[in-house]
Design a protein around this ligand. Structure first.
Ligand code: NDP
Length: 479
């Protein structure tokens, strides 16, 4: 057997992406020159990629005005079957240009190209296809409730799945006859800006989709704007709470998709090797920058040792490095700020007494990197077992009985997702009924589908995205 199984480099070319030096704000179908700007970089090498607009209150005002105009002047009156045509067109263009989008997503956000290519892009297109199908069937989705569009939706998204979160937000909003102003995250604006090209290519009426880039101040201005009818936010629990406070009493509709600290529960009767793959996918997918990441592993005591041993061995085979290499499993951490947060929590884990394991791996010198990490000997009170790390860091805890597993899994302020690994169907149902989590995966993890609603309990937020449920936040009902 060869001793060296090293992979040859397999870099994806970036030639397909034609970046502009500078991007404006996309308002009313036009590029508006911003008064303030900042630079967006690639987290893999800290190289600047483009100059981006920092939208001011006045810019947000213009964008909302454009969205209101488009809403009033035709879009909301358009038959659903006509709106569907635009959504189908967008979906098809995303498929046609998927390589270009995937490369740009990895370049700007740091995620491995195989994930942006095989997960983000197909799912983003699928979301537009799915909601295109609903656009002319709203009366059937909500019989006798006379569904009407809400108006102008302000949408604020994070940096972990930039294009996919855009699709989750824009597709149902447009299907229901709303117009939107969307703010991408400060660190990952580029695929949203490329999406403006798709909007034009699909000949969507000007003002139906407006993209304003910038930091939290831009998001704040959108939240505060009096002519926005609905806010959809995905991001941290802290900012979600602040938004909720600001909207209290305004009558604006609100959905919040916030953080998580999911339990991935492994029983001793499960297929252990499959569970190990599920655990790895649960926490190291997208560098752990996943709100529903399985960041707390609960292993039944009887299999704790073989499970941890298999997991450590599997970790040694993960390839960490250039996001644009097709062999890479774990890419770059999205930003310096996020890297600092991960380092801080990992240091806290060590100081509190947990045992750390990181496989030997050579991290690139430039850019933001963090090796896949497993903590064992973790107590439930440790910060690494309580707080969302949002990085490639797993905490392993144990349990003896199903009751204990449920109690420990639910011992968190969050409630977004959970995983159960067992061969017994009855146990899966028993657990799913007791876990306070919006999504419970059985013998799998991090599976997404546009037809399936996604959202949280407790501090993970409220409202659902995806499925028929995902239409409701974008509708009012004249009952
Ligand atoms: P934020 O919640 O700050 O960012 C989410 C979005 O909200 C971004 O577009 C952000 O802009 C915007 N925003 C920030 N402040 C405001 C505000 N006051 N009003 C309106 N919009 C605002 O998340 P961070 O990027 O700061 O990440 C911090 C932590 O949050 C992470 O470490 C992680 O734990 C968690 N997180 C959870 C996510 C999830 O899906 N559950 C997603 C992202 C982060 P800008 O990018 O400029 O800050």
């Amino acid at each position: 057997m060869p001793a060296d199984w090293a992979y040859a480099p397999a870099p994806e070319s970036t030639d397909i992406v034609k970046l502009r030096e500078r991007y404006g704000l996309f308002i009313g179908g036009e590029w508006i020159e911003p008064t303030e700007t900042y630079e967006t970089i690639s987290p893999r090498d800290e190289e600047p990629l483009a100059v981006i607009g920092q939208a001011t209150e006045q810019d947000v005002d213009l964008a909302v005005e454009a969205a209101r105009g488009a809403f009033a002047n035709g879009w909301s009156e358009l038959p659903g079957s006509e709106r569907a045509k635009y959504l189908f067109r967008i979906a098809r263009i995303l498929q046609e240009r998927s390589r270009e989008f995937a490369v740009l997503e990895s370049l700007n956000g740091g995620k491995p190209i195989k994930e942006s290519r095989d997960v983000d892009l197909p799912l983003a297109a699928a979301h537009f296809f799915y909601y295109a199908g609903w656009a002319d069937k709203l009366e059937y989705a909500f019989p006798n409730r006379r569904p009407q569009p809400v108006g102008v939706a302000g949408q604020i998204i994070p940096w972990n799945f930039p294009l996919l979160m855009l699709a989750w937000k824009i597709a149902p909003a447009l299907a229901c006859g709303n117009t939107v102003v969307l703010k991408p995250a400060e660190t990952t604006p580029l695929t949203a800006l490329l999406f403006c090209d798709v909007v034009r290519q699909a000949e969507l009426p000007p003002g139906v989709v407006n993209i304003v880039t910038g930091d939290g101040r831009t998001g704040g201005a959108l939240v505060e704007h009096p002519d926005v009818d609905k806010i959809a936010f995905t991001g941290s629990t802290e900012v979600g709470k602040a938004i909720m406070r600001r909207l209290a009493g305004t009558g604006k509709k609100l959905t919040l998709e916030l953080g998580g600290k999911a339990a991935n529960i492994v029983f001793d009767d499960c297929a252990l090797d499959q569970a190990v793959e599920g655990i790895v996918n649960g926490i190291y997918f997208n560098q752990g920058h996943v709100c529903c990441a399985g960041s707390r592993l609960f292993a039944q005591e009887s299999i704790y040792e073989p499970l941890v041993e298999k997991l450590k061995r599997r970790l040694e085979t993960l390839r960490v490095g250039d996001p644009l290499d097709k062999n890479t499993d774990v890419g770059a951490i999205n930003s310096k700020m996020q890297l600092d947060k991960i380092v801080d929590l990992v240091e806290a884990g060590k100081a509190e007494g947990a045992d750390i394991y990181q496989p030997p791996c050579r991290l690139p010198e430039k850019g933001y990197w963090f090796a896949p990490t497993v903590f064992t000997n973790v107590a439930q009170s440790y910060r690494i077992a309580q707080e969302e790390i949002f990085g490639p860091v797993l905490s392993v805890l144990t349990f003896r009985t199903p009751d204990e597993a449920v109690e420990k899994a639910n011992n968190t302020p969050y409630g977004l997702s959970a995983g159960v690994w067992t061969e017994k169907g009855s146990r899966i149902l028993w657990m799913a009924n007791r876990l306070r989590a919006g999504v419970v995966w059985a013998n799998t993890f991090n599976r997404f589908d546009p037809t399936s609603p996604f959202g949280g309990y407790k501090e993970s937020g409220f409202g659902r995205e995806g499925g028929r449920h995902g239409l409701e936040p974008y509708l009012r009902f004249d009952e």
